[in-house]
Design a protein around this ligand. Sequence first.
Ligand code: ATP
Length: 239
Amino acid sequence: MSESLLAVEKLNTFYGKSHILHDVSLSVDKGELVALLGLNGAGKTTTMRSVLGLTRPRSGTVHFEGRDITGWPSYRVSRLGVGYVPEGRRMFNELTVTENLQIAETGRGGAWTIERVFQRLPKLQELRARKSGRLSGGEQEMLSIARALVANPTLMLVDEPSQGLAPLIVEEVYKILAEMKAQGTSILLVEQNALLALKVADRAYVMDEGRIVYSGVAADLERDRNMIRTLMGLQEVAS
Ligand code: ATP
């Protein structure tokens, strides 16, 4: 059996009586950037929550680096080297930028220290004493990514990083994701904007109503105009 970094097999997850995920299987190999696409409510966030131990799947398995971590509490999953940039950039609003980074450090060691993050993102350094609740949306997204970086994860789960951000900031965010990948971090990326994600992804999965309905090489999916139109909410997409 080939050993993926992350291997999700036939996950079924419920919220109360609602059966949300139906036999969801996916994998991320070492060094890969994998996009998880789908319309609103398809189950992308629930898939991430099931991997992270935030929502316990009813059946199925999650393996990370060959170890069965199904149902592990999230603090143990994160200690293994799984980072998370949540949708909506949740953080500690009353803490300053520096304090948010300090509590995100895990002591696992690795290339990303707070100083290095500040060198890479000088804007954050300028804002280091500001409470994060007073940052703009773009600045909060940068801080959210910076928080995940200082934990030096092996695998990073990133949920809709472009949401509500101006195009220039989205570009900056995607540049950082590409850099992380170039430095060997594996990434599972949830994104509403399919075309954006497919430009950086190696492979992609598409979810619909809690099921994986497509999986393949990102460049192939990018050429599938019908699928892209559906994913982008039936907007016209230039061919
Ligand atoms: P979005 O882009 O809107 O975040 P998504 O693909 O990430 O969509 P999920 O957030 O995983 O989708 O939601 C999947 C389904 O689960 C939706 O039908 C949603 O209404 C439902 N759902 C999400 N969270 C809960 C919850 N806490 N309790 C009950 N149902 C929920």
